[in-house]
Design a protein around this ligand. Structure first.
Ligand SMILES: Cc1cc2nc3c(=O)[nH]c(=O)nc-3n(C[C@H](O)[C@H](O)[C@H](O)COP(=O)(O)OP(=O)(O)OC[C@H]3O[C@@H](n4cnc5c(N)ncnc54)[C@H](O)[C@@H]3O)c2cc1C
Length: 390
């Protein structure tokens, strides 16, 4: 791995930096947009979205013919690093990362025409209907049924943990279309308009107190057969499609380093709050966290250098996901230990505007969402180390 930019990469980096400087309004930098854009930031977000769209940078990794910028993984790496350094929000979410690539590879012309534009403009919100109460890690065991009836499919069942379903216009959904087939082979991939009669979205409030995900119930929901993506019963394989996306988690490593820097600054400025000796304990903990973020950065470089060499990261991406998500929890725990009793406060006048305990509670989900730590360890053991399945 060459850590220094080539001349070309350095030029591209300064182009991205200048662009962010001009197009990303200051009030958006570092803003929390995870549960949607707060009303007071919508105008700023629109400006940023339009600027990104003008360069094809909402979906920087999509091919140009579909409205992306066709950036190589290495260029995406530089782009994502600079966006994270500036604290600028990502735009497009799962529509850009998951659904768009699936439609580009498996969608028919009508589906591409109907849906890709709305993803790129950010006007159409999507949710992912995969997990069910009995099917998360073992997703292929899902039970939501799809039965063919004339020109439609009729869906019955339940999804759970569906992020953003309460704000979504459409859902990409996996449902069982052939219960007799082996479990991976009887699943179909549907595009479902969330306004269709028979869909009931119920909020799930997480332990941090916010409404991010939901339960979604389907009662005789009719989906036109033209909304099947790819072949019937091949949905499992269609749902696992990815484009040549940068998969290094470099953005997470940058924001973790920035979080640590802000905490260390606070520790220095508030030295008088610590009892004799206790600041040393906290200082040592931050030193460990700082070293660990360097590890994350190295893991990111490892992944991107594999991609640049045309290899597909597999267990390496699991190592990065596992380490990064567990580190986010250690960083939050260290902040809480540093703040002591003040770490209980979630008011605006509390240290860090009360965001530390919110992050502490929120980060619990990081080792579950997108594949649990146990599942990542299983992948590392079997695919990475070649150990036998337990
Ligand atoms: C914040 C958040 C957002 C989410 N958003 C979405 C969404 O938008 N759409 C969606 O479809 N899903 C979503 N999910 C669901 C997520 O994909 C699942 O929670 C995750 O896959 C785990 O599945 P599960 O919750 O059913 O747990 P289970 O699979 O039941 O796991 C329970 C426990 O058993 C362990 N375990 C299970 N299998 C194994 C194994 N083979 N080996 C070792 N240990 C094992 C797990 O590690 C875990 O500790 C979201 C989850 C979170 C936390």
């Amino acid at each position: 791995m060459e850590f220094r930019d080539t001349q070309e990469q350095a030029d591209f980096r300064s182009e991205v930096r200048d662009f962010i400087e001009q197009q990303c309004p200051a009030e958006l930098r570092g803003a929390n947009t995870f549960d949607g854009t707060p009303p007071n930031l919508r105008a700023a977000m629109d400006k940023w979205r339009k600027g990104l769209a003008s360069k094809g940078w909402i979906a920087a990794g999509w091919p140009k013919e579909y409205g992306g910028a066709g950036l190589t993984p290495l260029e995406q790496f530089v782009f994502n690093q600079e966006v994270a350094e500036a604290g600028a929000p990502q735009v497009g979410g799962i529509g850009v990362m998951m659904l768009g690539p699936t439609l580009i590879v498996h969608g028919n012309d009508d589906q591409k025409r109907q849906h890709l534009g709305g993803i790129l403009s950010g006007e159409v919100n999507w949710c992912q209907g995969y997990s069910e109460p009995g099917s998360g890690s073992d997703l292929a065991s899902l039970q939501t049924r799809a039965v063919r009836d004339g020109d439609d499919w009729v869906i019955n069942g339940q999804k759970i943990w569906t992020s953003g379903a309460h704000q979504a216009d459409w859902c990409f959904l996996l449902a069982r279309s052939d219960p007799e087939a082996p479990k991976h082979r009887g699943i179909t991939y549907f595009l479902l308009d969330m306004k269709t009669p028979g869909i009931n979205v119920r909020p799930l409030i997480n332990m941090e107190g916010s409404h991010g995900f939901n339960e979604v119930f389907f009662e005789d929901v009719r989906v036109p057969a033209r909304n099947v993506v790819g072949e019937v019963n091949r949905g499992w394989y269609i749902g696992t499609t990815t484009l040549d996306f940068e998969r290094s988690s470099i953005g997470a490593s940058v924001s973790q380093r920035q979080t640590i820097e802000r905490n260390v600054k606070w520790m220095r400025e508030n030295a008088s709050r610590f009892r004799a000796g206790s600041q040393d304990t906290v200082r040592l903990a931050w030193a460990n966290r700082a070293v660990e973020t360097q590890v994350v950065t190295m893991l990111s470089y490892r992944i991107i250098s594999m991609q640049a060499a045309g290899q597909v990261p597999n267990s390496e991406a699991s190592i990065a996901k596992l380490f990064t998500s567990e580190l986010s929890q250690r960083i939050s725990s260290t902040s809480m230990a540093m703040l002591g009793m003040a770490g209980q406060l979630r008011t605006e006048d509390a240290p860090f505007g009360g965001e530390i305990p919110t992050g502490y509670l929120f980060n619990v989900a990081m080792t579950i969402a997108g594949g649990t730590s146990e599942i990542q360890r299983g992948i590392i053991a079997t695919r990475g180390l070649g150990l036998p399945r337990g």
